[in-house]
Design a protein around this ligand. Structure first.
Ligand SMILES: Nc1ncnc2c1ncn2[C@@H]1O[C@H](COP(=O)(O)OP(=O)(O)OP(=O)(O)O)[C@@H](O)[C@H]1O
Ligand SMILES: [Mg+2]
Length: 398
C-alpha cells in the first residue's frame, strides 16, 4: 500500500485522482439517466381487452407519439379509450353501472395494459366477473381500487366535456375535485371530511328541532376542512388558468381564455363567521347555504362568460384548453406527461383549429386520438402519426 493520500482496498485503486475520475463518471451517468428520464415519455405499450363493451380480442400496440384511431360511428373507438381509462382510474366516464361495460350482458371482462414509465414498467390488469372487480399491478393484487390511482396517469377528453363549459357549476367543481384529489392527498382527505360533515349538518337542519350546540360542532369542522379546500382550489386554479390561457390561445389564436376561481365565501372572510351569519336562513331553508360546495369557476372566452355566450366551437376549445392545462399540471407534479386521450375531438372545430390543436399537443406526450375521418394519412397536419382502424370492435394497424 503506498503512502500519502493513496490507498487500495482488495486490489482497488482508491487514490484521489481515481476517486475524482470515478465521481466524474458517476455524475455523467447520473446526469445521463436523468436526461433519459426526462426524454422518456410515459406511454402505453400495449392494451388488451376482451368482453369489454363491443371490443373483441383487442391487442392495441400504439407508438409513443401520435396515434390516430379511425372508424365509422359505433365501431368501438370510444370503448377502446374507455378501457384504458378504466385501467387507470377504475372508472368509466360514461356510466357508474359497471355491468353495462360487459359485452352483451355476459358474465365479465378482462383488461390489461403495459405502460412504460420513466423509471419502470407498470402492468395493470382488471378483471370484472359477476359484479366483482379485481385489479392487479405488476402481478400484485390491489385490495382497494383507489390503490391503482396514479400507477398510470391519463388525461381524457370526451365530447361530453363540453359540460365543463356550458353545464352547471357542479361540473366544474367535480373537475377541480377530481384533479386535486389525484394530486394532493391533503385535499382528498379534506374533501372527504367536508362532504361527510356537510351531509350530517344538512341532516341535522332537517330535524324537528336542531340542537344549536351540535350545529356549532359541525360548523367548526366545516370551517377547518373548508379552509383547506378554498386555499388549494385557489392555488390550483391560478396555475391551471395560466396553462389554459396559453393552450386556448394556441388553438384559437386571436382570442383569450380566462379561468377565475369564485369562492362562495370570499378569501378574506372567516368561514366560521359566514356560517354563523347564515345560520338563521340555513335553519329556515333546512340546508347549508354557504361554503365551498357552492363555489364557482368562471370561464371567460374572448371576454364573455363562456357558459352563456360561447359558440359550440368556443366551448369545445375552452374544454380542450382545460384538458391541455391538466396535462401540463400533471407533468409538473409527476415529472412525466400523462397519456393524452382525445375522443372525437376534431368534430365541431374548423380546419384551422384542428391543425393548431394537433400542433399544440406536446411532442413528448403520447396521444391517442379517435376520429370518424377515414382517410389514412402518414401525418396529421404535418405531425407524424401511426394509424389504426377499428370496425365491429376489432382493431387493425393500417
Ligand atoms: N355492453 C355492451 N355490449 C355490447 N356492445 C356494446 C356495449 N356497450 C356499448 N356497445 C356498443 O358498442 C358499439 C361501439 O360503441 P362506441 O361508443 O365505442 O363507438 P364509437 O366508435 O366511439 O362511435 P361514435 O363514432 O359514434 O362515437 C356501439 O354499437 C354500442 O352500442
Ligand atoms: Mg365515440
Amino acid at each position: 500500500m503506498s503512502g500519502g493520500n493513496e490507498a487500495t482496498l482488495a486490489g482497488t485503486d482508491l487514490s484521489i485522482p481515481y476517486l475524482k475520475e470515478l465521481h466524474k463518471v458517476f455524475s455523467a451517468a447520473f446526469l445521463l439517466s436523468l436526461s433519459e428520464c426526462y426524454n422518456a415519455r410515459m406511454h402505453l405499450v400495449a392494451l388488451q381487452a376482451s368482453g369489454f363493451r363491443s371490443l373483441t380480442g383487442i391487442d392495441f400496440q400504439p407508438t409513443p407519439g401520435l396515434n390516430v384511431i379511425r372508424g365509422h360511428n359505433a365501431q368501438g373507438k370510444t370503448s377502446l379509450l374507455e378501457a384504458l381509462l378504466f385501467l387507470a382510474t377504475s372508472k368509466s366516464h360514461r356510466t357508474n353501472i359497471e355491468a353495462e361495460l360487459v359485452r352483451d350482458s355476459d358474465v365479465g371482462f378482462q383488461l390489461r395494459c403495459r405502460v412504460q414509465r420513466c423509471d419502470r414498467e407498470v402492468v395493470t390488469e382488471a378483471n370484472w366477473f359477476k359484479g366483482v372487480k379485481r385489479f392487479r399491478v405488476n402481478g400484485v393484487s390491489q385490495p382497494r381500487t383507489s390503490d391503482i390511482l396514479g400507477k398510470v396517469n391519463v388525461v381524457f377528453f370526451s365530447p361530453e366535456d363540453a359540460a365543463l363549459v356550458r353545464g352547471s357549476a357542479s361540473n366544474r367543481r367535480r373537475f377541480l375535485d377530481m384533479e386535486l384529489s389525484q394530486l394532493s392527498p391533503g385535499y382528498l382527505f379534506a374533501l372527504q371530511q367536508y362532504r361527510q360533515v356537510l351531509k350530517q349538518r344538512n341532516e341535522l337542519l332537517r330535524a324537528f328541532k336542531p340542537d344549536p350546540a351540535l350545529v356549532d360542532v359541525w360548523d367548526d369542522q366545516l370551517a377547518s376542512h373548508g379552509e383547506v379546500l378554498i386555499h388549494e382550489r385557489m392555488a390550483f386554479v391560478r396555475e391551471l388558468s395560466a396553462f389554459a390561457a396559453k393552450a386556448y390561445r394556441r388553438i384559437a389564436e386571436t382570442e383569450d381564455l380566462e379561468v377565475r376561481y369564485q369562492p362562495d365565501i370570499p378569501l378574506d372572510s372567516p368561514i366560521i363567521e359566514v356560517l354563523n351569519e347564515a345560520r338563521e336562513s340555513d335553519l329556515r331553508n333546512r340546508v347549508t347555504t354557504r361554503g365551498p360546495h357552492r363555489d364557482e369557476i368562471v370561464l371567460l372566452a374572448g371576454g364573455r362568460a363562456a357558459r352563456q355566450f360561447a359558440s359550440q366551437g368556443q366551448q369545445r376549445t375552452a374544454a380542450l384548453a382545460l384538458k391541455l392545462a391538466e396535462l401540463e399540471l400533471v407533468k409538473d407534479r409527476v415529472g412525466e406527461y400523462p397519456v393524452l386521450m382525445l375522443d372525437d375531438v376534431l368534430s365541431e372545430l374548423d380546419l384551422k383549429r384542428c391543425k393548431r390543436l394537433v400542433e399544440a399537443i406536446p411532442r413528448e406526450a403520447q396521444c391517442l386520438l379517435t376520429t370518424t375521418d377515414l382517410e389514412r394519412l402518414d401525418s396529421m397536419f404535418g405531425v407524424p402519426c401511426a394509424n389504426f382502424f377499428i370496425q365491429g370492435g376489432r382493431l387493425e394497424k393500417k
